[in-house]
Write a protein that binds this ligand. Structure first.
Ligand code: SF4
Ligand code: FES
Length: 728
């Protein structure tokens, strides 16, 4: 490019060319690695310009100017570290410190405090102010944020975050001048799923992490990159580790290029607590007797299997070993389980959720990346079907909100009445609405035709039946819908893995009868299907269970059914072996996200005695193969062909299960509506129900249920949202 066409500015007499216009000076200087001290500036929030710390000198300007509120113009000459600028910053800092308490040694922000850093550069060691410092009463903002309001420097970042990102108008400035203080006007908590982010953006120790107050100092921590497992997007986050053994906080990756992880939800921030919970199993146990030695445990399991084998052989019973998969399981584990199912007819893998085995939707296209800015910006309408984006993916909700704020964007929702914190038009929650739209009798038809690049986002489990799906295809074809704008959302990482990788049957009561043993993998104790089985037990319905002896291998981080001994008794489960494997943060495994991206978790804490689930299974079956010839299975061979048999979509793994790779299998095919069977059929009349009503504990995230902070948050939010005041 010809340099004459570029704009130019001078920073400390260095000539710099720039192309991007309408950017603030601080933005450009930060990009060039010129550090400008600032307190109230944040690249993702509006400009307040009230701390005055970012002053710079501009040639021919009589006074220094704030760089966060000025845009670059051609041939501007800026001085970022001149004597005038230095003097001005020193004076500003002296004012800020007039009322700031000298409690750095006991402040949790110590070591990562912007004010402390700037005081080191521009502070003086003498004071000229001998009056009393003012004090402000602390506020109760909820179980996550601890406040020491005397430390506040009134940068208003927390208020702007609450108003612009969290969309909760709870925080504001009370009083004027010397009496100004940040608060919630009336006494109430800061009620938002994103409330923890104000801890990260507060430049001083006014807002800190309440559950981890006085637990760590910044210099003791090591930061390691990993992924968030609380939703199906698997965003990148930073975990802070103390002494290689304890996680003390999870923060977003502060990277301007990757907006998706700039903010994180409270669930992402605190669900790691469950792996340090007192209830967490760290030793395997057989009928509650602790077993320290893996070899001994494998021997016990082998004996049980051997006993079962002979018992069944004697009685000629056609019984199966049922493997039931739960939440937060990696691709490696799912693959090894499916491989076992493929190899041995007596092993069946089931899921406790509805499966997609009647559906062939995914074979035609893969999910499109709705979080791409480009896509949202070029669209003027989005239709959310059966989705509560605020709870299912708060970051997606922020993006929708930001797009809405830019204008010329309409949001239509087919769902129960939900509070998305964005203005939207609720259409109906009944499935018959599709028929009405298809017949052209609904106002949405006009909107869809007029809209530019309309987007559709629907919940994955909505169209499980082929008949529903045909109807949906008709709907799409009628509006000449571009398939690239069609997106669906899985509710968790494991659901994504299952849906993309294989078809897994749903577990039924019938399977309960014909089984001699179970393997449960991260099965939630609150699962509705398991609860149904317990209810059946309470109703004493007659279930003819032939086999009087069953065992259950519970691969989990928590003891199986502590309070449901009768369940075990009724279903003839005599032996329960709790096998504690490595948790999400203790192993490096792969997960497929709802955007079809493979993400890898990191091994960030080390528990030597724990093993990864898939390694336990591999070891177990290697051991079997020594004793039972029919169990012969070689895991260390190149098994590409075997895997290809059951993987149905975009990736195939080439695995020796030590070194795992996934390769892209299918090229993208456009969905050709005309080739599909699209007979208009009878539409079932059902309500689209909101499946997730408790953000903190209600999702499919396996870990959040045992996090003490999230339990506290859930309690408070349920108290607020009573039946009489459901929509806040
Ligand atoms: S509490 Fe923190 S973020 Fe909020 S205004 Fe005060 S210093 Fe700024
Ligand atoms: S950062 Fe510019 S005025 Fe505060």
């Amino acid at each position: 490019m010809n340099n004459k066409n570029l704009n130019v500015f001078f920073i400390n007499n260095i000539k710099i060319y720039y192309t991007e216009k309408n950017r603030t000076i601080i933005d450009d200087l930060e990009n060039l690695n010129f550090k400008i001290p600032h307190f109230c500036y944040h690249s993702k929030l509006s400009i307040a310009g009230n701390c005055r710390m970012c002053l710079i000198e501009l040639k021919n300007s009589p006074k220094p100017l704030i760089s966060c509120a000025m845009t670059l113009t051609n041939k501007m000459e800026i001085f970022s570290h001149s004597p005038l600028v230095k003097k001005a910053r020193e004076n500003i800092l002296e004012f800020l410190l007039l009322n700031h308490p000298l409690d750095c040694p006991i402040c949790d922000q110590g070591g990562e405090c912007d004010l402390q850093d700037q005081a080191l550069m521009y502070g003086t060691s003498k004071t000229r102010f001998f009056n009393f410092k003012r004090t402000i009463k602390n506020k109760n903002l909820g179980p996550i944020v601890k406040t020491v309001m005397t430390r506040c420097i009134h940068c208003t970042k927390c208020i702007r975050f609450a108003n612009e990102i969290a969309n909760v108008l709870d925080l504001g400035v009370l009083g004027r001048g010397y009496s100004s203080e940040i608060g919630t006007y009336i006494e109430k908590i800061f009620n938002s799923e994103l409330s923890g982010n104000i801890i990260d953006i507060c430049p001083v120790g006014a807002l800190t992490n309440k559950p981890y107050a006085f637990v760590e100092r910044n210099w003791e921590l090591e930061q390691i990159k990993t992924i968030d497992f609380s939703d199906s997007f698997g965003n990148t986050v930073l975990a802070s580790i103390k002494n290689n053994s304890t996680i003390t906080k999870i923060q977003p990756m502060f990277c301007d290029l990757n907006h998706e992880t700039f903010w994180i939800s409270d669930k992402t921030r605190f669900n790691f607590e469950s792996i340090f919970s007192k209830e967490r199993l760290i030793k395997c146990q057989l009928n509650k007797i602790k077993i320290n030695n893996w070899a001994l445990l494998f021997k016990e399991i082998l004996f049980i299997q051997y006993f079962q084998y002979h018992l069944l052989f004697q009685e000629f019973l056609k019984q199966k070993l049922n493997i039931i998969i739960g939440e937060t399981l990696s691709i490696e584990l799912l693959n090894i389980l499916l491989l076992l199912e493929k190899k041995y007819s007596f092993i069946s893998v089931y899921s406790l959720e509805k499966s997609n085995n009647e559906k062939d939707f995914e074979t035609f296209f893969f999910i499109n990346n709705l979080t791409q800015n480009l896509k949202l910006n070029s669209s003027t309408l989005i239709l959310l079907i059966g989705i509560n984006s605020r709870y299912e993916n708060s970051i997606l909700n922020i993006r929708l909100q930001q797009r809405y704020n830019k204008g010329n964007f309409k949001i239509f929702v087919i769902n129960s009445l939900i509070n998305l914190l964005i203005p939207y038009t609720s259409i109906n929650s009944n499935s018959l609405i599709f028929k009405e739209i298809l017949e052209g009798n609904h106002f949405l038809c006009q909107e869809l035709i007029k809209a530019k690049n309309p987007l559709i986002l629907y919940n994955h489990s909505l169209f499980l039946k082929k008949t529903d799906l045909n109807f949906f295809f008709n709907f799409l074809q009628k509006f000449k819908f571009n398939v690239l704008n069609l997106n669906y959302l899985n509710s968790s990482l494991v659901e994504t893995n299952i849906n993309y990788l294989a078809t897994i049957k749903k577990f039924t009561l019938f399977n309960f009868k014909k089984t001699y043993g179970f393997f449960f993998f991260n099965v939630l104790f609150t699962n509705s299907l398991l609860n149904k089985f317990i209810e059946l037990l309470l109703l004493k319905s007659k279930i003819n269970i032939k086999n009087k002896f069953k065992f259950l291998l519970n691969f989990n981080h928590f003891e199986f059914f502590q309070s449901n001994k009768s369940f075990l008794k009724f279903y003839n489960i005599n032996i329960v072996i709790d096998i504690c494997g490595s948790s999400f943060y203790e192993t490096k495994e792969n997960y497929l996200t709802t955007e079809n991206i493979i993400k890898t978790s990191s091994k960030i804490i080390n528990q030597n005695n724990l093993k990864t689930y898939w390694k336990i299974i591999r070891q177990l079956y290697n051991l079997y193969s020594k004793h039972f010839l029919s169990f012969k299975i070689e895991f260390n061979q190149f098994q590409k062909n075997k895997f290809l048999n059951f993987l149905k979509l975009n990736y195939f793994p080439v695995a020796n299960l030590n070194n795992f790779n996934l390769y892209y299998k299918k090229s993208f095919n456009n969905l050709i509506f005309s080739k599909l069977n699209k007979k208009i059929q009878y539409v079932k009349n059902y309500k689209l129900l909101m499946w997730l009503d408790d953000f903190f504990l209600g999702g499919k995230d396996f870990y959040s249920k045992k996090s003490k902070t999230l339990i506290e948050c859930s309690k408070l939010s349920r108290l607020k949202n009573t039946n009489f005041n459901y929509i806040s």
